[in-house]
Design a protein around this ligand. Structure first.
Ligand SMILES: *[C@@H]1O[C@H](CO)[C@@H](O)[C@H](O)[C@H]1NC(C)=O
Ligand SMILES: *[C@@H]1O[C@H](CO)[C@@H](O)[C@H](O)[C@H]1NC(C)=O
Ligand SMILES: *[C@@H]1O[C@H](CO)[C@@H](O)[C@H](O)[C@H]1NC(C)=O
Length: 443
């Protein structure tokens, strides 16, 4: 039933992305400049010493083992769209240097702030209530800072069309967009992407959660908000899939009417639909309620065990050649879940990937899985394992490998975020980004 949409999309060559709203004016697009005025009326707050507008530094992918001719708009992000962006100084950050670096707060970003991410079952009644109401607010509040690009032809500026989206949907879309097939010589290749199947995977998802966590902190004024995690080790079934927590599923597999997210709609319900909100593609592409069928997929009958997590952590190399889904003895590939953690050699579904499949429904279609908020809890736990590995081996950015996966080089920008965060810079403890994990079940 989804097939017609997929074909349509491949032929139209559709692109969608999220952009700073103030960088989507025709003058910004024509001049390829994304240096918005800050409140002092200077680009990037330069009058106030917050930052400056400068040419995008082009980071050449180091290993050019696979020589390719790219048409893809995301390569060398964000150069296709912008040649000048803000470079922020000191503790300032953000697409316009109007925000603080992760972990800093205050008007001059002079104060450090650390939030604790807790296991969802450790939250007090009040903390839980806050979590669900904050998410409801993020799902329904239009983002003032960002818009989504939806257009039929990525090569012609005149055809770009930008649409509003809620804060949660901007987040969901960033993930979706990173996974769209890559355009090469006029055809699309879906076999690799910018956020998965390579060394960028843990850091890319870390940034995604930090982005949403910060947006929710700003939206609610609650600087102490941290995204909870779901420690699924050894679970026999999804014990948090109750209506008090992440929601039960009904017989059709949709979230139960009595659950918090029952009436949430996915920004897109299929793999690669043509329009941001599927408004133009007719009945076939309507936005759908979230669905989930934990434990019903015969391919994955259980969550990863305590031992699986221990085994994953024993691989001391962050990643190994060929730096993709076939890498062996690679912590990253075991964590991502293409590799059996215990032997580090057998290529089989495990860990992160297995949990996506276990949940079924929206979560099992990885590109759109970010629509289901259980994605946040799952990835927060994956990030906790990443953090345990970083601490165990005292990892530093120089351990991030050169590789020729698209957009996954150490010095390339995590695609498609604004501003630029280099992939290698995530190989550092999360306390440097202003958050920590609670202890739960001895980890
Ligand atoms: C950034 O914040 C830290 C910690 O509060 C502070 O010591 C430092 O001076 C700040 N840096 C700048 C450049 O303002
Ligand atoms: C794309 O085009 C380049 C240059 O013409 C060529 O070298 C390369 O093999 C092509 N790639 C594919 C996948 O067709
Ligand atoms: C989930 O597993 C627990 C034991 O681990 C059991 O008590 C509970 O009944 C199970 N729930 C469902 C819905 O199967």
């Amino acid at each position: 039933m989804f097939t017609p949409c997929i074909f349509l999309t491949l032929f139209l060559g559709v692109v969608q992305s999220q952009f700073p709203r103030s960088c989507t004016t025709s003058s910004a697009l024509e001049s390829k400049t994304c240096c918005p005025l800050w409140t002092d009326d200077s680009p990037c707050g330069s009058q106030s010493g917050r930052g400056e507008c400068r040419n995008v530094v082009v980071f050449t992918p180091l290993a050019a083992g696979r020589v390719r001719q790219y048409d893809d708009d995301r390569l060398d992000w964000p150069r296709f769209y912008y040649e000048s962006t803000c470079k922020c100084f000191g503790n300032y950050s953000g697409y316009n240097c109007g925000q603080c670096k992760y972990g800093y707060t205050g008007d001059k970003c002079e104060r450090q702030n650390t939030v604790i991410r807790k296991e969802i079952r450790q939250l007090s009644f009040l903390e839980r209530k806050k979590f669900f109401s904050y998410l409801a607010l993020a799902k329904t509040t239009k983002s003032t800072d960002y818009v989504i690009l939806t257009t039929g032809d990525r090569h012609h500026r005149d055809t770009y069309r930008f649409v509003d989206a809620s804060i949660y949907d901007i987040f969901a879309w960033i993930h979706y967009y990173s996974m769209k097939p890559i355009l090469e010589n006029g055809t699309f290749d879906a076999s690799f992407n910018y956020a998965h199947q390579g060394p960028a995977f843990p850091g890319w998802h870390r940034l995604g959660l930090m982005f949403l966590e910060r947006e929710i902190q700003l939206l609610t004024g609650d600087e102490n908000f941290g995204i909870p995690y779901y420690d699924w080790r050894g679970e026999n079934n999804c014990s948090i899939c109750s209506n008090e927590l992440l929601g039960e599923s009904n017989e059709q597999g949709f979230l139960d009417d009595g659950s918090h997210f029952a009436f949430w709609k996915s920004i897109c319900s299929g793999y690669n639909y043509a329009d941001a909100y599927c408004q133009t593609a007719g009945d076939k592409c309507q936005m759908e309620r979230l669905h989930r069928k934990p434990g019903s997929d015969p391919r994955v009958k259980r969550f990863p065990s305590f031992q699986d997590v221990e085994d994953t952590l024993k691989w001391k190399d962050f990643d190994r050649f060929p730096y993709d889904s076939t890498s062996r003895r690679s912590f990253r590939n075991a964590l991502e879940g293409f590799l059996k953690p215990s032997d580090g050699l057998t290529l089989e579904r495990s860990m992160h990937n297995a949990v996506h499949v276990y949940f079924g429904g929206t979560m099992s279609q990885v590109p759109i899985s970010s629509n289901d908020p259980i994605f946040l809890l799952h990835h927060s736990y994956v990030d906790k394992i990443f953090e345990a590995w970083l601490q165990r081996y005292n990892a530093t950015p120089d351990k991030y490998p050169n590789n020729d996966e698209d957009g996954q080089g150490p010095n390339e920008c995590a695609t498609p975020y604004f501003p630029c965060y280099r992939n290698k810079d995530f190989l550092t403890s999360c306390s440097n980004f202003g958050y920590k994990y609670s202890k739960y079940q001895e980890m």
